[in-house]
Each structure stands twice: as C-alpha cells, then as structure tokens.
Design a protein around this ligand. Sequence first.
Ligand SMILES: [Zn+2]
Length: 351
Amino acid sequence: MNSTSTVEPFPADLVIEVVPRDLSAYRAGDCGIPYAFVFDSGVPGPRVAINALTHGNEFCGMVAVCAMLDAGLRPERGSLSLSFANVAAYESFDIAAPFESRQLVHNLNRIWSDAELAGDQRSPEFDRAREMRSLFDPAYALLDIHSTSQAVPPFFVYSPSTGNAASGALADGIGLPPVQLLMPGGMQTGTPLIEYGPFSPKRVRSASSTEPFAPGAGGAVVVECGQHFAARAGVVATQVSLAFLRQTGVLSDASASSWSIRLTGVDVFAEPRTPPRRYQLLSTHVIQTPHLRWARPLQGMEVFAKDELIGHDGELEIRSPCDDCTIFMPLASYRPAVPGREGAYFTRPVA
Ligand SMILES: [Zn+2]
C-alpha cells in the first residue's frame, strides 16, 4: 500500500467469524479434477453444478459445499457436481490481510471466454479454469456461490439473454434471496463462470432441440450471500444450495426440507417468500486511479438521483446516470483502489 492511497483502516466492526478450514481431505476429488466431485443418482434427471471459492476469500460457499460433502448429501434425480474452485488463493489467506486472498494473479470470475481459455495465458487461475471446464460443460444448471466485501443483504446475479429466460426463472424459482442483479447481454468487464460455454448469453440455442436437460438450458446464477467472513453467509449459502437442488428437481421437496433442518437448523422452505426485486446493470465503474473516493459512505443499495455526485476517481467526477440509480458492490473505504478493477455497479430497479 503506498503512502498516497486513500485507504482507511479496517472498520472496528469487521469481525472474522469464519476462517479457512483444511480442505486436504477433499483434494483428490472423485472425478479426475482436484477438489471436485460428481455424484450420479442413477435416476434420469438434470446434471447440476454447485461451485464454491471462485474467489478465495469468499468462505460461505466453502461452508455450504463442506456441509453437503461432510453430511453425504446425494442427488435423488440426475447428478450433482460439487467443487471448490480457487483453493490456491483460499490457502493463501492471511488474517492480517483478509481481502488479499480473493485471487493469486487473475480474477477467476472474469476469464471464462472460449477465446481466453483457448489462449496461451498462464496463471494459477487460468490453469484452474482450464482444468475445471469439463465439470461445467455438461451442466444443465449452475449455482456459483460468492460473498461481498461489505455487509449487504444477499442477492442473485445473472445474465438474462434474448431467447433464454432460464437464468431468471432459476433465480425466481430458488426464491431466496429476493434481490436480483441482472446483467443483460453479460458482464461488461470480462467473462464470469455463469457466462461460460453452455451458459453464454451469446450462445444461440436450437429451438428444435428435444434433448432433455441440455447443457446450459437450466440457467446459471451467482448468489452473493453476505459479508465474506460472516457466519450467517455460510447459512445463506447452504440454504440457497438446497433451494437450487429442490428447484432443479435433484432433491424432492421433502428431502430439501429435511436437509435444511439438518444442515441449518431450520426448514427454510417453510418460511414465507418475498417477491423478487430486480435491478438492471446500467454501467460498471472501472477504477481509473488509486484515488477513488465516494461522495458519501457506500455499502451497497444506496440510491442516487440523476446527475447526483457519487464520487471522484482522481480528476474524474462520477455522477449518477439516472434517477433511482442503485449501487451494487461499491469499493469499501478500507480497500485499496486498484486501477482496472471494478469500483461499483450502477443499476436501476426494473419490474
Ligand atoms: Zn466473488
């Protein structure tokens, strides 16, 4: 960190409730890919994928996948893959610098284009993405589990595409959390896992395909479960995972309820549901200088009027592109502004 940065000390209320556990027992996997498992029920049904640790310090997915593996959860229909993605970054966790283990070199959630994966760039993340491709190639539906730097309510992220409403239907059907961030046409700053191969919003799907549970046809969503190190985020991740398995029919309603009680202490499916609240991505502020600062403290979900000042990035004034502009995932005041990374997502509410 350089002396001219605008980084503040960690907030006093940042509590690290969850720290990495040793995953070496799961290192071998069972399908030829380290830290990856495929369980087949032997009964016809979809192939679905739940993935954790795309970002190494987002522990809630690790908590959820460990809970399912430790307890021996198996699909009742179709097949289920469970995976830990960036274990190398996860293992670099240092409690004195808890945000630094998100990635080692590349952001593993921006490099999933066919062109980049076929290219010759090397890093731990590129190597891991190429190693994991075959896990996601056959997947009908995908849940990729993440968390946020700041403590904001959980939300889905997905890329609705013309002619394929599957991801939106998947988020609606899972039903929790109710907040949804839509990225029409895809993310603007790279290719996330939820836009990989079979899930690409640009992929043209054959309307005449009669293949049941065709790869990608069930949709792909990210769930952001809360703050990286909060115990509650692990509970949310586990409940959303079970709701995903229930929605895709891999678990029956009764089994999903009993697994919810067993793994989280409550039957999340007995709780009332809130209707979805959707926000559409308008633009992403990509950090220009190490001197990004917000006009007022931002955690996420703050609302700005058209042209209202949101912040400064060096000389650049950042102003709201519209009325009701709602902020997602703003850079925290205690995180360094790294040029080229995303500083915030600007969205607006949609019906
Ligand atoms: Zn993440």
